[in-house]
Ligand binder design. Structure first.
Ligand SMILES: Cc1cc2nc3c(=O)[nH]c(=O)nc-3n(C[C@H](O)[C@H](O)[C@H](O)COP(=O)(O)O)c2cc1C
Length: 337
């Protein structure tokens, strides 16, 4: 099964909470959280996908015939393409799929091989954070920890350090997840001091995920972040928000070169990835489609999807006169919003 339509169909028969739509755009699943949809009226998820269509790639074929390389660097690790698997936790609860966190992460890690890196998720049950780390090999997983209250944050960072990971992430926008505000442990909002404490505790490069303004990006930088993910959690924490592609360029321009800028939300194809790189991103995280690939055909499904993205990215680069990732610039796209 090396065709994504087939993988998607197979995933559809293995899940009860996601319809595995032909276009994963947030319309059918609007409001389904828990589930895989966007919050409230689902508008932020829907906007993530629709605004990407308002960025067009500029064809430019008067070029040499050299090889096209999609290779990139992730904190010293050579990756085949600057596309990463976004953290998705609670697979059973969110997709209604019979797959443990461990099985899910194994499928992703095995499917990505040494081609790229998997960000893993976290939940109130510490197993959601720790189970995937059993699948880690030589730090090819970036554990993504929720913004827990101080003592729990410290305890979980210690666990991450003991697991041998070399980069970690925190989805600070999860402070807005109603389901995690109550119960134990609980999440909280972090100010610059709170972020600094995470960086100091971790003693490894830390990426803050959930940045949607220049102001927040500068605060993350002040706290010592090694990188940020321009993200609105796939539209799951706030309705009626802007899409990530709309804010990316301004944020990247403000901090570029001083920390890594990643982006996620609605990216589905290699040409979507190209658009983000042209607007200043160092890399793109993709969420839901990788889940569908892993649920549909485990490691093989993940491999199929990753190869599809890579060949689409290569094709777009070729048609726009780019031979390497560093050739991709703002001139390669036209923004119509
Ligand atoms: C079902 C589901 C669970 C998620 N769980 C997490 C999580 O545990 N940690 C996290 O940082 N983000 C989580 N996210 C957000 C994703 O990491 C990512 O930001 C988002 O899915 C990107 O949008 P896309 O799915 O449209 O590519 C989750 C998203 C979904 C759909």
């Amino acid at each position: 099964m090396n065709d994504m339509n087939e993988v998607r169909r197979q995933a559809g028969s293995r899940m009860t909470k996601c319809r595995a739509c032909r276009e994963c755009n947030g319309i059918v699943c609007a409001g389904q959280t828990p589930g895989c949809g966007g919050k409230g009226n689902g508008s932020t998820f829907i906007r993530n996908v629709s605004k990407l269509k308002e960025v067009c790639v500029n064809m430019n074929v008067i070029a040499s015939n050299g090889e096209v390389s999609t290779e990139s660097d992730f904190f010293g690790k050579r990756v085949a393409l600057p596309v990463y698997v976004a953290p998705i936790g609670n697979i059973e609860a969110n997709y209604g799929a019979e797959m443990s966190e461990y099985e899910y992460t194994c499928a992703l890690v095995e499917g990505c091989g040494r081609d790229t890196i998997v960000f893993s998720g976290d939940g109130q049950n510490v197993d959601v954070l720790m189970e995937p780390l059993r699948a880690a090999h030589d730090g090819w997983i970036v554990p993504t920890i929720k913004p827990w209250q101080k003592d729990e944050m410290k305890r979980r960072i210690e666990m991450i350090k003991a697991s041998g990971c070399s980069v970690c992430c925190s989805d600070i926008d999860a402070a807005g997840l109603v389901s995690l505000k109550t119960g134990t442990p609980a999440v909280e909002f972090k100010d610059v001091q709170g972020l600094k404490e995470i960086v100091q505790e971790a003693q490894m490069p830390v990426i803050f995920k959930g940045i949607m303004t220049v102001e927040a990006a500068k605060k993350a930088m002040e706290a010592g972040a090694a990188g940020i993910v321009v993200s609105n959690h796939g539209g799951r924490v706030l309705q009626d928000g802007l899409s990530t592609i709309e804010v990316l360029e301004e944020i990247a321009n403000a901090v570029k070169g001083r920390m890594k800028v990643f982006v996620d939300g609605g990216f589905r194809s290699g040409s979507d990835v190209f658009k983000a790189l042209a607007l200043g991103a160092d890399g793109v995280l993709i969420g839901r489609p990788f889940s569908i690939a892993a649920i549909g055909n485990h490691a093989e499904g993940v491999r199929t999807y990753l190869h599809q993205i890579q060949s689409e990215l290569k094709e777009t680069m070729m048609m726009c006169g780019c031979r390497s990732i560093s050739d991709i610039s703002k001139d390669c796209v036209s923004v119509t919003f």
